[in-house]
Write a protein that binds this ligand. Structure first.
Ligand code: 5GP
Length: 201
């Protein structure tokens, strides 16, 4: 059993964002990090992953892309706060990076799957968690169809995983519905600002 590393005496707060593939969480979290009220205060934790880099992704910025052997050795060394296998690839949140940021008073944004989110909530009981979803399943399906990345990962698999993930939404502090992107951006900004006590400031 993992003893909570706890953030109780850390100045920063953990913000968790989850949502099914196709919910728009990547676009939304990037906009959030650049938002006027949060820029520089909220820093994304860079996960390690064994999945192949997609076009436009940068090593060390979007993810730390490493081999399965490296990932497994890091698991053994206790490098991760949590790790999961998602769509057959490893993903993990680096412990030292997160703790250092929190110690420096930065708020840390984690964009992780629902299982990882459960682990992080245990570890950081005062984390604020936000679930992003589309207004309907049909919209999610359309968005996934339009997305040409990861040709090997079938639409059906992503939809099945999405259904399972949606069941977890009730465990999150807030749900943001991503129908129109500009509205969802504003909603997410407001929710996070509120969680960090920055609203109105
Ligand atoms: P993608 O490959 O599309 O970037 O991410 C696939 C899924 O893995 C998404 O749900 C994403 O939030 C999740 N994910 C990314 N990094 C981590 C991590 O460090 N830990 C966990 N548990 N999930 C992650």
């Amino acid at each position: 059993m993992n003893k909570p590393t706890t953030s109780s005496n850390a100045a920063g707060r953990v913000i968790i964002i989850s949502g099914p593939s196709g919910s728009g969480k990547t676009t939304l979290h990037k906009a959030l990090l650049e938002g006027p009220g949060l820029k520089g205060k909220l820093v994304k934790s860079i996960s390690a992953t064994t999945r192949p880099k997609r076009p436009g992704e940068r090593q060390g910025k979007d993810y730390l892309f490493i081999t399965p052997a490296m990932f497994e050795s890091r698991i053994a060394k206790g490098y991760f706060l949590e790790w999961e296998k998602v769509f057959d690839h490893y993903y993990g949140t680096p412990k030292r990076q997160v703790l250092n940021l929190l110690k420096k008073g930065k708020h840390v944004l984690m964009c992780i799957d629902v299982k990882g989110a459960r682990r992080i909530r245990k570890e950081f009981p005062n984390a604020a968690s936000i679930f992003i979803k589309t207004p309907t399943m049909a919209i999610l399906q359309n968005r996934l169809r339009q997305r040409a990345s990861d040709p090997h990962e079938s639409l059906q698999l992503r939809l099945n995983v999405a259904r399972e993930e949606l069941r977890e939404a009730k465990h999150y502090d807030r749900v943001v519905v991503n129908g129109r992107l500009d509205k969802a951006c504003r909603d997410l900004n407001a929710v996070v600002g509120q969680a960090l006590g920055l609203d109105g400031g």
